[in-house]
Ligand binder design. Structure first.
Ligand SMILES: C[S@@+](CC[C@H](N)C(=O)[O-])C[C@H]1O[C@@H](n2cnc3c(N)ncnc32)[C@H](O)[C@@H]1O
Length: 205
């Protein structure tokens, strides 16, 4: 009979996907400068989800240095798709553009500077996948925009739903009949923080 691993957390810390030199450099830089990037597990999860769903039109809220944008951009590139990523900090957006160029994704990932909710309000869909990673208090208002911008059957991924600022969003996602959603408490090595929640939702109406 198979039994559970004795040290599950330690075991799963040993199963973290490795990255290329650029990805590793951005992880080191983020650790040094306390930039809250998603880290290798959520990065790879984004790549897997975007690839598995064939997402060609992707919207990201919260660019930072472009780390998660590289995972999404690589998935989109394989479907000849594009990513739009929103960031209100000009200096961060400039760093992201430089990193995305280094990843040869400058033609795939477009960084737009501004307040994400305001930019979303002016956008037209449809998108196949939307990833939320901005200030958590904006998740709930972003949900209404996501419902308009995401195609029926499109995927919404939200990071950091273990933060108290995401509580309204979490409740709304479960009670709004436009969405079918799951919340996952996860161990996420090199994510900020290491233990956090992720929400995955599909737009069903
Ligand atoms: C958690 S970091 C994003 C990390 C990035 N997704 C990654 O993993 O590489 C959040 C970023 O969103 C930006 N941000 C936060 N709230 C925002 C908002 N309301 N509108 C636009 N950008 C926002 C911050 O400046 C920060 O760079």
């Amino acid at each position: 009979m198979s039994t559970m691993m004795p040290d599950l957390e330690g075991y799963f810390r040993g199963l973290v996907p490795g990255g290329d030199d650029l990805v590793l450099e951005l992880e080191e830089e983020a650790a040094r400068e306390s930039i809250p990037i998603v880290g290798p597990v959520v990065g790879e999860l984004l790549f897997v989800l975007a690839t598995a769903t064939g997402a060609a039109r992707i919207l990201e809220l919260g660019t930072a240095t472009g780390y998660s944008g590289i995972f999404l951009g690589r998935a989109a590139a394989a479907s000849h798709g594009r990513v739009i990523t929103l960031e209100h900090d000009e200096a961060m957006a400039a760093r992201a553009r430089a990193n995305l160029s280094r990843a040869r994704l400058a033609q795939v990932v477009e960084v737009r500077v501004g307040e994400a909710l305001k930019l979303m309000a002016e956008m037209f869909g449809p998108f196949d996948l939307i990833f939320l990673d901005i200030d958590k208090e904006s998740y709930r208002p972003a949900l209404a925009h996501a419902q308009r911008l995401l195609r029926l059957g499109g995927l919404l991924v939200a990071d950091n739903v273990g933060f108290s600022g995401a509580a309204d969003f979490n409740r709304e996602l479960l009670k709004n009949p436009a969405w079918r959603a799951v919340h996952l408490l996860s161990l996420l090595p090199r994510h900020s923080p290491e233990q956090d929640g992720l929400a995955l939702a599909v737009r069903v109406a």
